[in-house]
Design a protein. Structure first.
Length: 281
């Protein structure tokens, strides 16, 4: 009997020592991530194989030892380069609490800005992220986990942050795009047309589409799908029944929701909800 390699095998857990975080360990083959974004910073260490990633307007290949970085809200997608697939250890975390903890120290970096990337190649950073990940997964002593996370964060802030841009007002999000996003966010359970969005935003449809893609990196249709997934994720965290989440978030049916959630997160909604409910002490 031939046994086929699974498309993806993942384990996800929460660890709220120092800063609320989600940790994921996964092995993937014949699997592709849809374009998606996260509410928090994403840091993914490739531990085996390689994955092609589209992020920040270009494509890169992340291989063993590379760390892929994405700031909150940054759209990215990924797919295999061969039949061997890849394995990774990912961390989804709000960096601000860690920055504040380190800034309280005498020689702390405390550097604000955005992450360098989308790929970071730094053996010491790789080693520190792997150590923090393993400590968290094993659920060892709190002090040991916190020490490992802080050591990783210090290296990240000292070596791999780009200075924040000075806001002169020239790069502010166009009002029309903000209105379009608010229009989509308020109609997650409704099928809307580009014409309707354009009327609300006060721009011709084609001009709005081009401006939206330029500003967000995705089309209004994909943005609405991502907004639905974000809302569904919130409902899962709140403990809403799985049978209700799909409808409340505007998906046609539960199967469609499950398929899209898995293609964005690499894990099923049910497993994600159970992991979220099992917080590390």
């Amino acid at each position: 009997m031939v046994r086929h390699k699974p498309r993806c095998e993942t384990t996800i857990w929460r660890d709220e020592s120092l800063a609320p975080a989600e940790w994921l360990r996964g092995t993937f083959s014949d699997f592709s991530y849809d374009p998606h974004r996260h509410e928090t910073t994403c840091l993914s260490l490739i531990t085996r194989g390689a994955i092609r990633i589209r992020a920040r307007g270009r494509e890169v290949i992340a291989r063993r030892g590379d760390v892929f970085t994405a700031d909150p809200g940054e759209v990215h997608a990924g797919w295999p380069i061969d039949d061997e697939g890849w394995s990774l250890r990912s961390l989804y975390i709000d960096l601000d609490p860690l920055r504040e903890l380190l800034a309280a120290g005498a020689a702390a970096p405390g550097r604000a800005g955005t992450l360098a990337g989308p790929l970071v190649r730094d053996r010491e950073l790789t080693s520190l992220l792997l150590a923090a990940h393993v400590h968290s997964e094993r659920g060892g002593a709190t002090l040991a986990r916190e020490k490992a996370v802080l050591a990783f964060a210090r290296r990240l802030f000292e070596r791999h942050m780009r200075p924040a841009r000075i806001d002169t007002g020239e790069h502010e999000e166009p009002v029309a795009i903000r209105i379009a996003k608010e229009f989509l966010d308020s109609r997650l359970d409704t099928r809307v047309s580009l014409h309707e969005i354009a009327v609300a935003a006060g721009l011709p449809p084609f001009r709005l589409l081009r401006a939206f893609v330029r500003a967000e990196g995705i089309s209004p249709h994909v943005y609405q799908r991502q907004a639905r997934l974000r809302y569904a994720t919130t409902l899962l965290r709140e403990g809403q029944a799985l049978t209700d989440v799909a409808g409340l978030a505007g998906f046609a049916d539960q199967a469609h929701f499950t398929r899209l959630f898995r293609r964005s997160m690499g894990i099923s909604p049910g497993r994600y909800q159970r992991a979220w409910q099992r917080s590390t002490v």
